[in-house]
Design a protein around this ligand. Structure first.
Ligand SMILES: [Zn+2]
Ligand SMILES: [Zn+2]
Length: 343
């Protein structure tokens, strides 16, 4: 099969022929119809993720069609249109039994623990636990964004932060997950302040429902958010994953506010200086959000079918696999979500 491969961390990203995968006994192989390009893929390429072994095929935001089924799989057949959360849970541990597969300690992740979806085919483990059936009317390019960024943002805003109508929500970093969070928070009736260094990203944030935008970078971001929100946001998300955006997010909160860490913070890029004196004095909550469980997708798919959420508007570029390497190396420079739709 054709796949995007890197042989060394930070080295060339080239499309070449590699062996196609076989399904594990509990797994499936999916013909990839669409695969998003995400900052996490960039971290994998840079060598920030200790799970990644070279040579490697990145890609974890995918949708496609089942082409092979392991002998123990019960719920899925060849031809089913599916997507999958980027966390593939084991289905057998205490966290999975408690309904929290997104923090399964035995998880696999396509594009990290094994070869991913920037390829014609991808293997997915524990299919009965992890696959999500796609409604016919949901296009594969849109569905690909659900596996990581849109679902991650949905969990962060709705399930972790429990954003209420009328609350102020600050979103620091308006890449794919940040723009998704803007749209989801606005749909929940929240008032959104979006922060980014790129004017193009802020223009998209306004289009997706941000009431105010703030130019990121430099000092004063948190003060500006505090001023615009009349004393600080109720909820603030670090949707980029950087020391500065994490710290700004915590400093943007009003008393009893909730910070949600959504962007990855690989220690290789430096640890944030979280102002813990504010956490105690203002009774702030510092929360983590890691993907979303497969069983939580029906609520999200229902809101999309009803037109309340519109992930299709976030897909701003469709690419061929041959263009994927350049897009991956360039993550964050072009606003919106890029999805590979021809392989
Ligand atoms: Zn588990
Ligand atoms: Zn992702």
């Amino acid at each position: 099969m054709r796949a995007l491969v890197f042989e060394t961390f930070g080295g060339p990203l080239t499309v070449r022929e590699v062996p196609a995968p076989d399904p594990a006994p509990g797994g499936v192989v999916v013909r990839v119809g669409a695969s998003g390009i995400c900052r996490s893929d960039w971290h994998a390429w840079q060598g920030h993720d200790p799970d990644v072994v070279v040579p490697h095929v990145p890609g974890h935001e995918l949708a496609g069609t089942v082409t092979a089924v392991g002998r123990d799989v019960r719920r899925w057949r060849v031809g089913d249109r599916v997507t999958v959360p980027f966390v593939n849970a084991c289905g057998a541990c205490a966290q999975c039994a408690a309904g929290d597969p997104q923090v399964c300690p035995h998880q696999t992740q396509p594009g990290f623990t094994h070869w991913g979806s920037l390829a014609e085919f991808v293997a997915l483990d524990a299919a009965d636990v992890n696959l999500v059936a796609l409604p016919d009317e949901l296009g594969l390019a849109t569905a690909a964004a659900l596996g990581c960024r849109f679902a991650t943002a949905f969990r962060a805003v709705v399930q972790i932060a429990r954003v209420q109508a009328g609350e102020w929500v600050a979103v620091h970093g308006c890449g794919g997950v940040g723009l998704s969070a803007v749209q989801i928070a606005a749909a929940a009736g929240a008032r959104v302040v979006a922060v980014d260094v790129a004017e193009g990203a802020l223009a998209l944030a306004r289009q997706f429902g941000a009431e105010h935008t703030v130019a990121g970078g430099g000092d004063g971001v948190a003060d500006r958010v505090t001023e615009l929100t009349g004393g600080g946001a109720h909820v603030s998300l670090d949707a980029l994953g950087a020391a500065a955006t994490c710290e700004n997010s915590v400093r943007s909160l009003r008393p009893r506010g909730r910070h949600v860490q959504v962007g990855l913070l690989p220690p290789a890029q430096g640890r944030p200086a979280v102002p813990m004196e504010r956490v105690i004095a203002l009774e702030l909550q510092v929360l983590g959000s890691h993907g979303m469980a497969a069983h939580a997708y029906p609520e999200l798919l229902g809101l999309i079918a009803a037109g309340r959420l519109r992930p299709q508007e976030l897909v701003t570029r469709e690419l061929g696999l041959d263009e994927a390497g350049a897009a991956l190396a360039d993550v964050g420079r072009t606003p919106g979500i890029a999805v590979v739709t021809s392989f």
